[in-house]
Design a protein around this ligand. Structure first.
Ligand code: FUL
Length: 485
């Protein structure tokens, strides 16, 4: 009896030592650039909405020339609360409003111009739509962002240095009066023909130097340090090279900022894919509109994207490691049109249906190899709800597999994988196999993962087991989440 007790005690001590030694592996060091706290919070937003609304809504144009009278701006029944409520109900986390588009008309009463809402019939010149939208965002818990077109076809001094001062003054107004702004959207369309205070001519600016962006950004950051700047080339978020919300099949969050600038020609492909060895973390924001145009046109009421088209868009944006920015333009009443609302709601319901039950719940998972044989980095860490725990391999091991046993045969259509990007983006190539007819069969393959990769199988499969094989990586893979639907 006593001997048995001694044996048990010895075994216990040994296992404690063994357990202890299995807790000692240090976490992987970061590889390459990593997101900062604001970028990280932005990645987690996944779906944001763009709202294009201005004088163009009333003139039925996409680009106002700049000579439109503010009298034309007259929404009959504007309801910014409705816009944000619908967006909240359909899963959006942030809103970016066109405070000023290329025609120069301002949706807020600006001290620096007469070409604004204060000179429109809306609320007898007492209206402020930037206020209404930012207030609605606060009410519904969405983040608020601004689009302020640098190109201004109304201003007589567009092209001179005084215009840049005017533009900065307007940013000061917007960044000091409406609360926190999470993102500022700089449009790459800059310079061309316009009204320009009556000159009616073509004006060209040097996109690289005219705006003195570093100084403008510094000024805004002094007022609101958390703001993320979007432009073709960043510095915080980059354009994806198309307006179809189609991120590159290979999508690196990294790019070398010094090789690009806003409005630079011929960089679409680079922006779409990023660069594996890029020196900066500048993730892709994938933008598109729910309608063919950015602004509301009654003739496009029948052309609103369907829930199925929006699902495809979701998969080429969020499903490729990017954030989606989907434009929903209010109509002449100042409301989201019924068709747009129906599509958004249908899309949300479709997403909830397609991603209804995560089959990894209750499944078991194992890894081909675990960093330092330490449970801290075991495969199980990909199935918990903690974003900050992950499966990792030893530094020298750049490939590895995760095998998920679903317990019984289930129909599988989607596989979602997340890489723990606070330690950098690593995976270059991976594939997915399913256990079919007594053997492993490849059912999907892709390149990068990044914040999130969702693979939709061409044909759903009935299987008991799924295997994810990381076949090439810049450094040891670090995977923090796996879901199967
Ligand atoms: C483009 C603009 O010219 C369009 O009007 C729209 O605002 C789109 C989001 O960006 O560059």
């Amino acid at each position: 009896m006593r001997r048995n007790k001694i044996l048990v005690a010895a075994l216990l001590a040994l296992s404690i030592v063994a357990c202890k030694s299995k807790k000692d592996a240090p976490p992987p060091a970061a590889v390459g650039p990593v997101p900062d706290a604001e970028q990280m919070a932005w990645h987690k937003m996944e779906k944001n909405a763009f709202i294009h609304f201005t004088i163009n809504t009333f003139t039925d144009k996409e680009w106002g020339y700049g000579d439109e009278s503010p009298e034309l701006f007259n929404p009959t029944d504007l309801d910014a609360d409705q816009w944000v409520k619908v967006l909240k109900e359909t899963g959006f986390k942030g809103v970016i409003l066109t405070c000023k588009h290329h025609d120069g008309f301002c949706l807020w009463p600006s001290e620096y111009t007469e070409h604004d809402i204060a000179n429109s019939p809306y609320k007898n010149g007492e209206g402020d739509i930037v206020r209404e939208v930012s207030d609605a965002c606060k009410k519904y818990g969405l983040k608020f962002g601004v689009y302020v077109s640098p190109w201004d076809r109304n201003r007589a001094d567009y092209g001179d240095s005084t215009y840049v001062t005017y533009y900065r003054n307007q940013l000061k107004e917007l960044f000091t009066s409406y609360g926190d702004v999470f993102e500022m959207w700089f449009d790459g369309a800059n310079g061309g023909d316009g009204y320009y205070g009556g000159a009616n001519e073509e004006r060209k600016i040097d996109r690289k130097t005219y705006y003195h962006w570093p100084k403008t950004l510094e000024m805004v950051r002094e007022i609101q340090p958390q703001v993320l700047f979007f432009s073709d080339g960043g510095p915080d978020l980059r354009w994806g090279g198309n307006e179809l919300a189609r991120a590159g099949f290979t999508n690196w969050n990294t790019i070398s900022s010094d090789s690009i600038y806003a409005g630079m020609a011929g960089i679409q492909d680079l922006l779409n894919k990023g660069s594996e060895d890029g020196k900066n973390w500048v993730p892709l924001e994938a933008n598109t509109s729910i309608r063919p145009g950015w602004f509301y046109h009654a003739k496009e009421d029948s052309l609103v994207k369907t829930p199925e088209q929006l699902l495809d868009i979701y998969l080429t944006s969020v499903g490729r490691g990017s954030t989606l920015l989907l434009n929903v333009p209010p109509d002449k009443r100042g409301q989201f049109h019924e068709n747009d609302i129906a599509s958004l709601k249908g899309w949300d319901a479709l997403l909830k249906k397609e991603f209804a039950k995560d089959l990894t719940e209750g499944a078991s998972i194992s890894a081909s190899t675990v960093r330092g044989e330490d449970d801290t980095y075991s495969a199980n860490q990909t199935l918990d709800d903690n974003y900050d725990t992950y499966w990792a391999t030893d530094d020298a091991v750049k490939t590895g597999s995760l095998e998920i046993d679903l317990g019984e045969s289930q129909q599988v259509k989607y596989i979602t994988i997340q890489e723990y990007i606070p330690l950098g983006q690593r995976v270059k190539e991976f594939n997915v196999e399913a256990w079919l007819n007594g053997k492993w069969e490849k059912v999907a393959e892709a390149t990068t993962i990044g914040y999130k990769r969702i693979l939709r199988l061409e044909e759903p499969v009935d299987t008991e087991k799924i295997k994810i094989n990381i076949t090439d990586s810049k450094a040891c893979p670090v995977i923090n989440n796996v879901e199967i639907y």
